[in-house]
Ligand binder design. Structure first.
Ligand SMILES: *Cc1c(COP(=O)(O)O)cnc(C)c1O
Length: 227
């Protein structure tokens, strides 16, 4: 059984190799360690290994861990219910899962009353799988061209969850399409919108995502082992 330190080294080596294949600096790629189901003691070890960014997909679990372990940055990566917005605002560096206008309106309302800015990624359902959260590729620019109406929300980029595939190569077109959208939106220079982060790629396919332009990968099992 490898240690967490060894698995992290292996992930870093794969990030570096993929970045080199793309001809980009690996230092510009953020690894978000997805710590859902991982106990706080292990998260502490991960911080000691040098990991800085941690992603949780449930608000309750995030709050429970925040109370007992200090990490540089927390990310919310899972579906956010409107009644949980108040619990999470001001407590995370980035919400990856802004996936509907109604949620944006709730976040705005709560951000106003808490006096904070909410940094979010727009989640895009590139593959069109019906069970998946996110706006469609076709809707994304219109959604973002209206976001100035909610001035306490700052959009920092795009996120997608690609389909589970036996052959991760099959997700390459998904990543390509989101990168194209990312570049298109960047060129629009929309108020309240900065295309800083492209959050795509997980354990199964982060190398391919990086080859296609991801600069933020969300990695759970490759670091912490099977769940
Ligand atoms: C669980 C999860 C991940 C990480 O998945 P792994 O396969 O463990 O790397 C990434 N993104 C989201 C949204 C997740 O829920």
């Amino acid at each position: 059984m490898n240690t967490l330190a060894e698995r992290y080294q292996d992930v870093q080596a794969r990030v570096k190799a993929a970045a080199q294949r793309r001809g980009t600096d690996p230092a510009g790629i953020v690894t978000v360690a997805v710590s859902k189901t991982v106990e706080p003691q292990i998260i502490k070890t991960a911080v000691e290994c040098g990991l800085t960014d941690f992603g949780e997909n449930r608000v309750q679990e995030l709050l429970r861990k925040q109370a007992v372990v200090a990490v540089p940055r927390w990310h919310l990566i899972g579906r956010l219910q409107t009644n949980k917005v108040k619990d999470v605002l001001g407590r995370v560096h980035l919400i990856h899962s802004l996936d509907r206008w109604e949620l944006a309106e709730y976040i705005e309302k709560r951000a106003v009353s808490s006096g904070v800015q909410a940094h979010c990624l727009l989640e895009v359902n590139v593959s069109g799988e019906s069970a998946k959260a996110g706006v469609s590729v076709a809707e994304a620019s219109r959604f973002l061209s209206c976001i100035y109406q909610l001035p306490h929300i700052k959009i920092k980029g795009l996120m997608t969850v690609a389909p589970e595939e036996d052959n991760p190569e099959r997700n390459r077109p998904v990543f390509k399409e989101l990168k194209n959208l990312f570049d298109d939106i960047d060129r629009l220079n929309l108020p309240g919108v900065a295309m800083d982060f492209l959050s795509m790629g997980m354990t199964q396919d982060f190398g391919i995502a990086i080859e296609e332009g991801s600069n933020m990968i969300r990695v759970g099992r490759a670091l912490f082992g099977p769940r």
